[in-house]
Ligand binder design. Structure first.
Ligand SMILES: [Zn+2]
Length: 168
């Protein structure tokens, strides 16, 4: 991941509920569905308009291919009932743009993991750390991309773990 990518994020609704775009974020993206949802937040209406006007927040919708890919993953993982269309749209956008997604929603985080999207989790204490799920072989330690199931050297089934990118 390049450093420049760490400065631009895709935000889900929970990131807005945490007030994130109004404080720490320099440049971020979200979808029409999420934006319409968070517009109803009390007192945030003019602030949201301001950050859109100043281009701190850009509204972009994912392409159909990316949405289909997300839907296929959540059908298999069982998260489809836990995710709204707005959740699906930001996951698809982060996947398509290859940007870090900020979320505080477990089903969103889990789906991001399955898609190989890096996640910045929010918590009660604010942002904890940037992390990315990686696949590795417990025998030889080799690390693989999200589409591999077995170690090409040992043939072992790969395990998942979080790779911590940095703390804040
Ligand atoms: Zn191996």
């Amino acid at each position: 991941m390049k450093n420049s990518d760490l400065n631009e994020y895709v935000l889900d609704a929970s990131a807005f509920y945490a007030g994130l775009p109004f404080t720490t974020i320099t440049k971020s993206y979200t979808t029409t569905l999420v934006f319409n949802e968070v517009r109803h937040l009390k007192g945030s209406y003019s602030l949201l308009d301001t950050i859109v006007e100043t281009d701190k927040l850009r509204i972009v919708d994912p392409n159909e291919e990316s949405v289909r890919e997300v839907k296929s993953v959540i059908t298999k993982s069982g998260d489809s009932l836990k995710l709204s269309e707005a959740d699906i749209s930001v996951l698809a956008l982060a996947h398509q743009m290859k940007k870090t997604l900020i979320s505080d929603d477990f089903a969103v985080e889990n789906t991001a993991m399955l898609l190989g999207i890096s996640i910045k989790a929010l918590g009660t204490k604010g942002i904890r750390h940037v992390r990315k799920w990686i696949l590795y072989c417990y025998s030889c330690g080799r690390v693989y991309g999200p589409r591999t199931n077995e170690c090409l050297i040992c043939g072992n089934r790969l395990k998942r773990r979080f790779k911590k990118l940095y703390s804040s």
